[in-house]
Design a protein around this ligand. Sequence first.
Ligand SMILES: *Cc1c(COP(=O)(O)O)cnc(C)c1O
Length: 385
Amino acid sequence: MPFSDLAIDLETRASLGLLRQRRTVTTSQSPRIVVDGKSYLAFCSNDYLGLANHPQLIAALQTGAQQWGVGAGAAHLVSGHFEPHHQLELALAACVGKPAALLFSTGYMANLGVVQALVGKGDSVFADKLNHASLNDAMVLSRAEVRRYRHNDVAHLKTLLSQSTTKRKLVLTDAVFSMDGDLAPLPELLALCEQFDAWLLVDDAHGFGVLGEHGRGSWAHFQLPNSPRLIYMATLGKAAGVSGAFVAAEKVVIDTLVNQARSYVYTTASPPALSVATLASLEIIKNGDEKRQHLRRLIQQLREGLSDLPWPLMPSPTAIQPLLIGDNQAALSLSERLRERGIWVTAIRPPTVPIGTARLRITLSAAHTTADVEQLIGALHELAG
Ligand SMILES: *Cc1c(COP(=O)(O)O)cnc(C)c1O
């Protein structure tokens, strides 16, 4: 069999509790999903504001499709750049207080594109060890020299920056770490970048829409000074409830991306109707203080309710609340036993997280009720007892 070694690799993965499998959901995204004919209370989407299935977004997507059709039909630099893309870029730039913004089809592509366009051979990239896989892949692809610093360790980063002799330096960090839920010390990171003449790329996939005044993101949460060396990236498929991503920065950075970011240049533009829906989403985000307040209350309720379990909650102030289990099989088994009780929480295992830190990644959404959170707290206590 020409693929026998692939089968052996898969069997090895399975024996280590590392096999990844998909489940088909037969309802739309919400705290109640149906999988294999059974209904579950789910705590594993990144739909933090409950917008993925919001009637105003659905209506906007329908209107957008009526006016602009379905496919963009071409790349942005050919004939695929439409008025809704343009309007959305203007709105996003204004929302995050930057001179310009550029839409990408996904966050993964945005990170690949930015890093590869801004640095290359002879340059240096400095990256937090717990950054998202897309930032890690981006730095390898860029061919710049890679230096990784210990998670959120500003002193370590300072040492690495002070030792560097390269002219172009780019620091990469998640703003909210996707598997831990904690925040990067953005003010300190930015100050170091000022000191060592480096650029700072902040990936705010889990902060945009949720953190800061009007949900403008982690930079607003920290009230960062408006620095041109900060390059801001966020995704539109999480709290914004649609799909895609954007980078906001100085105009010269954005123009460079339009010319050099291969994952922007060599791909079909996203459907313009998605931009129409995202514009509707931005309005709801701007006026979404009540949703964000509700979400904060749920986070507090969960943390208080789970404080006496045998498994520690990781120290996170955000909607990502990981319960640290450690062992892969133990994490899988806890996830399975929750599922038997009608609750869906995914187990996250290496290599997505470091070995020995398998966890249940609980995520909360403003679409959850306090009764939903109470049900999860109750089930976890039963399973611990
Ligand atoms: C989800 C995520 C991405 C990728 O975004 P997609 O739009 O899903 O491709 C990038 N960075 C972080 C930190 C993420 O959590």
